[in-house]
Write a protein that binds this ligand. Structure first.
Ligand SMILES: Nc1ncnc2c1ncn2[C@@H]1O[C@H](COP(=O)(O)OP(=O)(O)O)[C@@H](O)[C@H]1O
Ligand SMILES: [Mg+2]
Length: 334
């Protein structure tokens, strides 16, 4: 048992294929150490939710093995379920129940006594900042409040491992950082192991100890955010021409310093062959060609650069296009 207490997540050659569908999870190997926050980062359709459903025993794998808290997700489902908490993307909150009622029901499901239910409910409402809204119906909650209630519900039975499937998708930046704060606190102060999926680079970068970048069911890169960015190494420079018509001229000058990479609309960017030291030469070259720029920016490598390098596509662009409207009260769950 002591061994299991210390167990995190161990996944070997995991595959989940859908009938008439893709191999949503296509041979994943990974390990999450106890107390670690692991960020599973990828665009829509990458296989993130399928992975979480398999690890939480809600979907059987096609092949491969997964141990969660030391238990096999196929052979020891009940033990896995007792050890984990999950806030899933399709989590169903009842619009006609209050936050407090949700917590009380969840606590009853986990076998807590009436007295314990009340105490645990109050504790969790306080922790996720819903004390004042506790007796209001969930119907009137904002997107951020619903996600915080999901988190509280997942924590009722004090799980050792927590699964969060895109916990902040569609949230405004403030609600997002509030949730990050709470998740880091859980890992730091209570030793909870966290497996979190996200399509936000910043979320993986800020929150995760280690990141697995997933694309089309496969891990294309893995490491700490620092390691991943260091793999890319060299910074890039982005220039915005003063006139739209000068874009080609800017591109011609910049191309002497490195390969072109994705840039903001209207701008041109290259990865600098020789690093930041090139910047002064870039400025001189633009000046001697008589090209005027309104903005010139040096960027350190980001996780998006890692994704771009491994897949040829930009993750950031995807996420921007598919971002949901920010948390209005009537917002539907993703
Ligand atoms: N129940 C299902 N039946 C068939 N295909 C599915 C099913 N669920 C997901 N898929 C497909 O599997 C791939 C991965 O989906 P998903 O795990 O939901 O990705 P993500 O959570 O990263 O957006 C997608 O191509 C999706 O269309
Ligand atoms: Mg998903």
């Amino acid at each position: 048992m002591a061994e299991h207490r210390r167990a995190g997540i161990e996944v070997e050659d995991l595959v989940r294929e859908f009938k008439k569908g893709p191999r949503a999870v296509d041979g994943i190997n990974l390990r999450v150490e106890p107390g670690e926050i692991y960020g599973f980062l990828g665009p829509n359709g990458a296989g993130k939710s399928t992975m979480v459903l398999v690890l939480t025993t809600l979907l059987p794998p096609t092949s491969g093995t997964a141990l969660v808290a030391g238990f096999d997700v196929v052979k020891e489902g009940p033990k896995v379920r007792a050890a984990i908490g999950a806030a899933l993307q399709e989590a169903a909150l009842d619009p006609f129940l209050t936050g407090r009622e949700h917590l009380s029901l969840q606590a009853a499901l986990h076998g807590l006594s009436r007295k314990e239910r009340k105490k645990r409910g109050n504790e969790l409402l306080e922790r996720v900042g819903l004390t004042e809204a506790a007796d209001r119906r969930v119907r009137g909650y904002s997107g951020g409040m619903k996600r915080r209630l999901d988190l509280a519900l997942a924590l009722v039975h004090r799980p050792r491992i927590l699964f969060l499937d895109e916990p902040t998708t569609g949230l405004d930046p403030q609600s997002r950082s509030a949730l990050w704060e709470e998740v880091s606190r859980l890992a730091r102060d209570e030793g909870v192991t966290v497996f979190l999926t996200t399509q936000y680079l910043e979320e993986a970068d800020v929150l995760a100890d280690r990141v697995g970048i997933i694309d089309r069911g496969k891990i294309v890169a893995e490491g700490t955010p620092e390691e991943l960015k260091a793999e890319i190494g060299r910074p890039s420079v982005e220039a915005t021409p003063a006139e739209g018509s000068e874009r080609d001229a800017v591109a011609r000058v910049l191309s002497r310093f490195g390969d072109e990479i994705a840039a903001q609309p209207g701008a041109v960017a290259v990865r600098l062959d020789h690093g930041a030291g090139d910047l002064a030469d870039v400025v001189r070259a633009l000046d001697s060609e008589g090209v005027r720029v309104t903005n010139l920016r040096l960027d350190e490598p980001s996780l998006d650069d890692v994704f771009l390098e491994k897949t040829g596509r930009s993750l950031e662009g995807d996420a921007e296009n598919e971002r949901e409207p920010d948390g209005s009260p009537e917002e539907a769950r993703a």
